[in-house]
Design a protein around this ligand. Structure first.
Ligand code: MTE
Ligand code: MO
Length: 409
């Protein structure tokens, strides 16, 4: 007869079996290392984001997961949330008073109302990937500080807004302009109104790129309060930290912006490979710009049970993207990389949108399989099988995604 200890042990071993695919790359589980305060015993789900995992509640950070990201266009309910401070309370009543200041190295510093943005400039709608620079951080060994994201800090919704370039042309950027820095309305976690939560930016050349937007809409609606209402930057291809939310000011600088979280270890990586766990002198750190090639397996769901028959075709699919442009090919393996099947790949809706990949294959026998996917972009850069170069804050993990499934006879 089985006693309680045996039963416990059995369930422990069962859990371990599930985690076997997870642990080497830290995929499903993350135990510690939250950037913010850990939620105390399962906090209530966040309205409109019920399916997402609460990674911390102060600041509020919500993670999606591979199978939830199966839509071509990510629904707002399934888009991750990453905050560094408190979500400001700006409602549609405040929109008449809201202004966006654009100043610094420009001929005509201007305060734009929402009406100005919408009437002075043409509106564009693009589907653009937004991925947190720390997506996949949970897999780094030794563990690094920050939210322990696994796969789900990425999304590809539709963004509606004006080109930042058109706004900058209007205010006439001076020759001395080097960089753009943003400021938002969110309050520092300490509650001190004089402290800046985050103020990042990007080179002026990226600001003048025709795909960089000041967005006021997402998926056909006004931006939601969590995603930056009334206006945010969308700087595609760069870590999402460049895409400032709840905008209040865009400051054109004559030097590399040195705002909050632009310096030190924040969103910076060593400029040469370093051994795991090392200390890197500040002068050897560089700002992350283009995000590396990456993919997701969005179907089937990790852990799914499928019915196996001889020669039966199985279907799997996902998305692939790269900050360097188009994806060239995606391959899939179910035998730990011994053999690879080339998937089919759709064109992107526009530059910097993710691309759908699909693959069909049959398993040689019933059993448990790990499915891996690997994307290669047009520059020839391919996703590594294992976690790439360690860095102090655990950015840029673009290792191949993996899921485990059961093919049951
Ligand atoms: N004002 C402001 N903008 C911000 C942040 C923030 O904390 N405050 N977080 C940044 C980071 S680190 C990320 S990953 C993205 C997340 O965007 P999302 O919450 O809409 O998914 O917003 C960026 N823009
Ligand atoms: Mo981020």
């Amino acid at each position: 007869m089985e006693n309680a200890v045996d039963a416990n042990r059995r369930s422990f071993l069962k859990k371990l079996a599930h985690s076997a695919i997870a642990l080497p790359i830290g995929i499903q589980f993350s135990k510690s290392g939250f950037a913010g305060s850990k939620p105390e015993s399962s906090p209530p789900p966040v309205p409109g984001k019920e399916d997402l995992k609460i990674m911390s509640d102060r600041p509020l950070n919500l993670e999606s997961s591979q199978h939830l990201l199966d839509d071509e266009i990510t629904p707002t309910e399934r888009m991750f949330v990453r905050n560094n401070g408190h979500v400001p309370s700006i409602s549609s009543k405040d929109i008449l008073d809201w202004r966006l200041v654009v100043d610094g190295e420009v001929e005509n510093p201007t305060r734009f109302s929402m009406q100005d943005l919408k009437t002075k400039f043409r509106t564009y709608t693009y589907q653009l990937v937004l991925e947190c620079g720390g997506n996949g951080r949970a897999a780094y060994i030794p563990q690094t500080p920050g939210t322990q994201w696994t796969y789900g800090a990425v999304a590809c919704p539709l963004w509606e807004g004006v080109r930042l370039k058109d706004v900058l042309d209007y205010v006439k950027v001076k020759k001395s302009a080097v960089y753009l820095g943003y400021y938002g309305h969110d309050m520092h976690l300490s509650g001190d109104p004089n402290k800046v939560t985050i103020s990042r930016g990007f080179p002026i050349s990226k600001a003048l790129d025709e795909m960089t937007l000041i967005a006021f809409g997402m998926n056909g609606k006004d931006l939601s309060p969590l995603h930056g209402f009334p206006a945010r930057l969308v700087c595609p291809g760069y870590p999402a930290s460049a895409s400032g939310k709840w905008l209040k000011r865009l400051w054109i600088r004559d030097r590399v912006h040195d705002g909050m979280k632009m310096t030190g270890k924040a969103y910076r990586v060593p400029s040469y490979p370093v051994p795991p766990g090392s200390e890197i002198p500040d002068k050897d750190m560089k700002i992350i710009e283009e995000m590396p090639v990456k993919s997701l397996i969005t179907f089937p769901k990790c852990g799914a049970h499928l019915t196996w028959k001889q020669n039966q075709e199985f279907h799997c699919r996902g998305f692939a993207w790269s900050g360097f442009g188009e994806i060239r090919e995606v391959h899939v393996s179910y035998d730990f990389g011994k053999s690879w099947i080339k998937g089919s790949l759709k064109k992107a809706r526009n530059k910097f949108a993710w691309q759908r990949w699909e693959a069909n294959f049959s398993f040689p026998s019933k059993g448990y399989y790990e499915i891996w996917a690997r994307a290669t972009d047009l520059t020839g850069s391919m996703q590594p099988m294992l976690v790439p170069g360690w860095n102090p804050e655990g950015y840029l993990n673009n290792a191949m995604p993996r899921i485990g499934i059961y093919a049951d006879a």
